[in-house]
Design a protein around this ligand. Structure first.
Ligand code: FAD
Length: 401
């Protein structure tokens, strides 16, 4: 190795993959992005533009565009089964450094902004993925699902928490997956006449038995829905009926707008359901293959830092390659050293974080609401301000589940 490289294959055209494609292209690489979905994947809740996300987008010249897409938000509120508020945290709390910020945009818009910034040196192959990776003298031969084959100087797995590149090169998912004991469904609800307005508020309702439902503002005429519940495993991804049956069984007796959400889930085009896991690996690179984003280090939506880490990881990988003159493995080792401390800190969820996302008992739900009120009291506010500032690498608001 050590020669100047020219061709990179990035598997996964999500946040990390498309950001890396853009940055490598600017450094003179020819980049192929193989994305398994038939088109750019939209969907997802909001991404907070504080900390790392803001800085990386700014460095890439994309912050202005991101700021044009902000979702108007007034704050987060915890409500009871009848929709009455138990606690509220407005966006102004903690000098704007609280749970929900004024500067958040939908993941859909962020993905589109990054995707559209790519130049002619980036080729997207949608509906495509890799079936095999084979080391050769001159690079790595990628065998694609379509039957095509091509040799690349660098292969990047940016294909999310269930990464195929990771499975092909580093081993089966079970070896690296640490389930947090919760599952989460998210999807977009199209408002109809009579749909209750959120009025800019992110509303959350907890029910005993580790169940939580939430609605937050989305694009005009839409609401972004989240449903969280206790589970380590789920029916297979292809078994749509079993997955919806599980959701129905789990949430059937939950109050507030839950019936409406269950009906909307069944028809949502962007419906997603997954367990909340962390991914921990002893190494993120092997030869000419490297992982970035959730495939390498998923910190889980509960960290609120998945997108910030994906953006920062793409930037660190591109700059390590640039600074070493594309020398492997020095570049990949430098990338790992830069990212390890950030990832370790993001994966360290605060004590009680998982339990607070979906409390088990009525008592736990009451305590949760009390804590949310108490932290905003004159006594505790200065302490919390410091805590929020210390963790401010840039969150995404799924963190507030
Ligand atoms: C549609 C969507 C909605 C999301 N919504 C939320 C949310 O609301 N809250 C939250 O906390 N996190 C959400 N996430 C996860 C969040 O985007 C990531 O945690 C974070 O941005 C890290 O980015 P990533 O690029 O590593 O992974 P991702 O953004 O997940 O991107 C991975 C990409 O790889 C593609 N891919 C997967 N497998 C293959 C394969 N075998 N071959 C080729 N391509 C493949 C996927 O289609 C996807 O485009 C969502 C992810 C997606 C894809």
């Amino acid at each position: 190795m050590g020669q100047v490289m020219a061709k990179a294959l990035i598997v996964g055209g999500g946040i990390a993959g498309d950001m890396l494609a853009l940055l490598l292209e600017r450094d003179g690489w020819l980049v192929t992005v193989a994305e398994i979905a038939p088109a750019l994947r939209t969907g997802g809740q909001t991404v907070d533009l504080r900390g790392d996300s803001r800085e990386v987008l700014d460095n890439a010249g994309l912050l202005g565009k991101a700021l044009e897409c902000l979702v108007p938000q007034r704050g987060a509120a915890w409500i009871d089964a009848k929709g009455r508020p138990l606690a509220k945290m407005p966006v102004e709390a903690f000098d704007g450094k609280g749970l929900v910020s004024k500067e958040e945009l939908l993941r859909t818009d962020l993905a589109r902004i990054i995707h559209e910034a790519a130049g002619p040196g980036v080729t997207h192959r949608f509906g495509e993925t890799v079936e095999a990776l084979e080391d050769q003298e001159s690079g790595v031969l990628a065998r694609f699902r379509s039957g095509d084959e091509e040799v690349f100087d660098l292969i990047v797995g940016a294909d999310g928490a269930h990464s195929r590149v990771r499975a092909l090169r580093f081993g089966p998912e079970e070896r690296f997956r640490k389930p947090l004991g919760l599952a989460h469904a998210w999807f977009t609800l199209d408002e109809k006449p009579g749909t209750p307005s959120l009025d800019g508020w992110f509303l959350m309702h907890n029910a005993p038995g580790r169940r939580a439902v939430a609605a937050r503002p989305g694009h005009a005429g839409q609401q972004e829905i989240g449903m969280t519940f206790g589970a380590d495993t789920l029916p297979p991804r292809g078994d749509r009926d079993a997955r919806f049956a599980l959701l129905e069984r789990t949430f059937v007796d939950v109050g507030w707008r839950t019936r409406e959400f269950l009906d909307a889930a069944a028809v949502a085009s962007d419906f997603s359901l997954d367990t909340l896991d962390q991914v921990t690996m002893p190494a993120w690179h092997d030869g000419r293959v490297v992982l970035v984003g959730d495939s390498a280090w998923c910190a889980s939506p509960l960290s609120g830092l998945g997108t910030a880490l994906a953006l920062r990881g793409a930037e660190e990988l591109a700059s390590a390659l640039r600074e070493t003159g594309n020398r492997l493995p020095a570049a990949l080792a430098a990338f790992e050293s830069a990212m390890r401390p950030r990832v370790a800190s993001a994966q360290q969820l605060p004590p009680g974080r998982v339990a607070a996302a979906a409390p088990k008992t009525k008592w736990g739900i009451r305590v949760n609401a009390w804590v949310m009120r108490a932290v905003q009291s004159n006594l505790l506010r200065p302490l919390m301000k410091r805590a929020f500032a210390a963790t401010e690498h840039g969150r995404e608001s799924a963190s507030a589940m």
